[in-house]
Design a protein around this ligand. Structure first.
Ligand code: FES
Length: 106
């Protein structure tokens, strides 16, 4: 018998009308963001950590980036990849929609 991994529910999709949407999950702050897509693809979403990988600053949305106010590392709003420090990345998890809820893909 196989065991399914538990689904990690982030929240009801209908509760979020604009993105990035700040959420608390597992005692940490994240942003639900719209993932990159082509015109004919359905919109997908990512869950991106608000904790800067440099020294733990709290990134904030500004235009199409998440910016850390401590030393100004900048991250792509859709993917969490740094735009000014090559190779750096905010933790990013693709989300799926299950029964009207955002869930972390297992
Ligand atoms: S802690 Fe974020 S740039 Fe230094």
């Amino acid at each position: 018998m196989s065991e399914q991994s538990p689904v990690k529910i982030i929240g009801n999709v209908e509760d979020f009308t604009t993105f990035p949407a700040q959420v608390k999950y597992d005692k940490q702050t994240y942003y639900i963001v719209e993932a990159p897509r082509k015109d004919d693809e359905l919109q997908q979403y990512n869950l991106i950590s608000s904790i800067c990988p440099h020294a733990g600053g709290m990134v904030r949305p500004h235009l199409n980036e998440l910016i850390c106010p401590l030393h100004y590392w900048c991250f792509d709003l859709a993917t969490g990849e740094s735009t000014n420090v090559p190779g750096e990345q905010l933790d990013c998890f693709p989300l799926e929609i299950r029964d009207g809820q955002f869930a972390i893909k297992a």
